[in-house]
Design a protein around this ligand. Structure first.
Ligand SMILES: [Ca+2]
Ligand SMILES: [Ca+2]
Length: 183
């Protein structure tokens, strides 16, 4: 069966036959979050100003299956993510993307780009509104990882404000194991 590797269309390999490592991959509870559109279907994540970052544990990057995380930051604060994992599991590719899915430049004053095995830090000195963190396994093995998301807001947006209430409660309780946000 045809399996594409690399490039923007490489999100579906976990559903294809013939890749033992991918078939064996036990993905996380945030699936499906393989595309910009899927990420937009769940409420954006954020935390109250000075009470971050928001730590997302128990995530898994399956080979060929991107993980998109939607976040929201009020203007104009530092925002971004630190992704940590066991480097012996293989590489991870991490990017910050704007609300259209385009890479956010991280070349301005105060921006941070640090990529090393086991930890990638991508922080923009000033950001506003919605953005995405995209995590992809760079090798053939599943890579468990943790995201520390910096996305401060002054007034916390509860999921109920953003989507239909019952769906929001199901999301908050079933998929994330508790209230979203403030630590
Ligand atoms: Ca995943
Ligand atoms: Ca995914």
């Amino acid at each position: 069966m045809l399996v594409t590797l690399g490039g923007a269309g490489a999100c579906r390999a976990h559903q294809e036959d013939g890749i033992p490592a991918a078939m064996a991959c036990v993905d996380d509870a945030w699936e499906d979050d393989d595309t910009l559109e899927q990420a937009k279907s769940t409420p954006p994540l954020s935390h109250i100003y000075n009470h971050g970052p928001l730590v997302l544990e128990g995530r898994v990057a399956c080979p060929g299956d991107a993980d998109w995380i939607q976040a929201w930051v009020d203007c104009c604060h530092p925002a971004g993510a630190v992704v940590r994992w066991d480097a012996s599991r293989g590489p991870l590719e991490v990017e910050l993307l704007d609300s259209s899915g385009h890479p956010i430049p991280l070349s301005g004053p105060g921006d941070t780009v640090q990529r090393q095995p086991g930890e990638i830090r991508l922080l923009r000195a000033e950001l506003q509104s919605g953005f995405f963190v995209r995590v992809r396994a760079g090798g053939a093995a599943a890579v468990p990882y943790t995201v520390s998301l910096t996305a401060p807001v002054f007034v916390h947006r509860m999921p109920e404000d953003l989507v239909e209430p019952s769906a929001a409660r199901a999301l908050a309780q079933g998929r994330r194991g508790g209230p979203i946000g403030c630590l």
